[in-house]
Design a protein around this ligand. Structure first.
Ligand SMILES: *Cc1c(COP(=O)(O)O)cnc(C)c1O
Length: 504
């Protein structure tokens, strides 16, 4: 987390210059991670609108890359992913079953039997865990169920689960069905933390701690998002976890929007368990194999250890000891750590994509990515909130120069210029990741989306009035952010102006 202000370059610059494309390009030149953009396939504007996937033969019309600010939903494809998957297919094709046990000098991933361990090794530093504390397996909601099967053991006294009232639907359903699975009634078992102001659904840490206090004696488990998918709020994991533990309550974190985005320290923060998917900021493809974290104190499998007793779980052979796994004697010897929560042998096809992506994180490193991310999102916020209106701007290359907006000119005068949107994401960089969520004034969304699309900009909308914009430090540049602001602010002016005229 930490202080961003000292590093915020644009705050020291002459006002007008900050809004120019030239300035954004100068920030890109100084960006130590700039070369990573080239490791990703950025769809062209023509790619996005073409009715086919394959470019028709003979079509050589050049098209510029789109501006992709949607890594919070589905990350872009690394160029290396195809190589990794090809190599896997070739291994399977040329070796068949021998691929399981035989290492090869030109392999990108180890023999099939050990791919899961290779993935854990790369995954651990991304979430701040020991290698033994993570497993790359299954999918997010499935893993939440598996983890709750182990960590949610309701008793007569302690049976409630605390979660937020605006939880991602899948998390809500998973908790609700776990409760029903134990023949309990969600009505008095599911404790939903609701935001004070539904139009500004931010959860102050104080409020979460108070809810924990109120229900501590009857609560079995807390499940919260590390980063809230809608607002982009980054919860204070360390403090909330410590508080839960001080009240004797277990706590798990859904890191779907945090993994690969912020510099998580799940081990040091003493988190009991966590789960995430790998297709958002981790760029492993839609539905890619997910990950989970089990703190080392919960992964002990020594049946004589009184201090850290064995945690019962739903088991399958892949959670069993590697040395005896193939004896097929039906004596389950669990693997220590998170690996012991695995059930099935992993899809090597799928995990190859995860590994190819994690190799990039290993080169870039999370602390460096987070540093850039804070700058990039700060730049986005700064341009959105302070760019002068076109009617008051003279610099020809400024962000809102209406003569160059993708949707055309909007030269009419705005004597009472104000921004027709607000940022609902917290403004403190330690309380957010890459994403900013913008709430547009009623009636603007459709028109603004239309213009963004025409400008080749990919973002994500939540009807009726919110857009989520995520600048990913691996493949987004300061120029991308600048271009988004130019088109977005121009679109707001234009659509807002049209609506004003309609009203008259
Ligand atoms: C993306 C996301 C999911 C999706 O779950 P899958 O099991 O991967 O389909 C669930 N919960 C949260 C919080 C998410 O952000």
């Amino acid at each position: 987390m930490g202080d961003h202000k000292s590093a915020s370059l644009w705050r020291h610059q002459d006002d007008e210059y900050v809004y120019t494309r030239e300035y954004a390009e100068s920030l890109d030149k100084e960006d130590p991670l700039r070369q990573f953009k080239d490791q990703f396939i950025i769809p062209s504007k023509a790619d996005l609108t073409r009715k086919t996937i394959v470019v028709p033969e003979g079509d050589t019309t050049p098209s510029p890359p789109c501006i992709y600010l949607c890594g919070n939903s589905l990350g872009l494809q690394p160029k290396s992913t195809r190589k990794y998957i090809d190599r896997f297919l070739q291994t399977w094709a040329t070796k068949g079953v021998l691929g399981h046990f035989t290492p090869h000098s030109d392999e990108y991933t180890p023999q099939f039997l050990d791919v899961d361990d290779a993935a854990s090794k790369l995954m651990a530093p991304v979430v701040g865990a020991l290698v033994s504390e993570v497993a790359v397996m299954d999918t997010l909601t499935t893993n939440l169920h598996l983890l709750m099967a182990s960590f949610y053991r309701p008793t007569k006294e302690k049976y409630k689960i605390i979660l937020e009232g605006k939880a991602f639907p899948s998390d809500h359903f998973a908790v609700e069905s776990q409760i029903q699975h134990h023949n309990l009634d969600p009505k008095d078992t599911m404790i939903l933390i609701e935001p004070d102001d539904p139009s500004n659904p931010i959860f102050p840490t104080e409020k979460i701690l108070k809810t924990i206090d109120t229900h501590a004696s009857s609560t079995a488990l807390i499940l919260l998002p590390a980063i809230q998918f809608y607002t982009g709020q980054y919860f204070d994991i360390r403090e909330i976890t410590a508080h839960a533990h001080s009240k004797g309550v277990l706590i798990g974190w859904d890191c779907a929007h945090a993994v690969g985005n912020v510099d998580l320290q799940l081990h040091d923060w003493n988190v009991d368990f966590a789960a995430w998917c790998n297709y958002k900021y981790v760029n492993s493809g839609p539905g890619a194999m997910a990950g989970l974290f089990v703190h080392e104190r919960h992964g002990v499998v020594d049946m004589d250890d009184q201090e850290s007793p064995y945690r019962p779980r739903l088991s399958g052979w892949w959670g069993g000891d590697k040395g005896t796994r193939f004896l097929m004697d039906n004596k389950f010897v669990p693997r220590p750590g998170a690996a012991g929560f695995q059930i099935s042998n992993p899809s090597v096809l799928d995990i190859s994509a995860v590994i190819s992506s994690l190799e990039i994180f290993s080169k870039a490193t999370m602390p460096a990515l987070r540093r850039k991310s804070i700058e990039l999102t700060g730049f986005l916020e700064h341009l959105l909130l302070t760019t002068p209106s076109p009617s008051t701007t003279t610099t020809t290359t400024a962000v809102t120069d209406s003569s160059s907006t993708a949707a055309g000119s909007s030269s009419h005068h705005h004597p009472h210029h104000r921004r027709p949107f607000s940022i609902i994401t917290p403004s403190n960089p330690s309380e957010r990741g890459a994403q900013l969520s913008l709430r547009l004034e009623p009636g603007l969304l459709d028109g603004v989306l239309e213009r963004l699309e025409a400008g080749g900009i990919v973002i994500d909308e939540r009807k009726p009035d919110v857009v989520r914009v995520a600048s990913c430090p691996l493949y987004n540049s300061f120029s991308d952010v600048w271009e988004f602001c130019r088109v977005f602010l121009g679109a707001c002016e234009e659509v807002g102006g049209e609506r004003e005229r309609e009203k008259r």
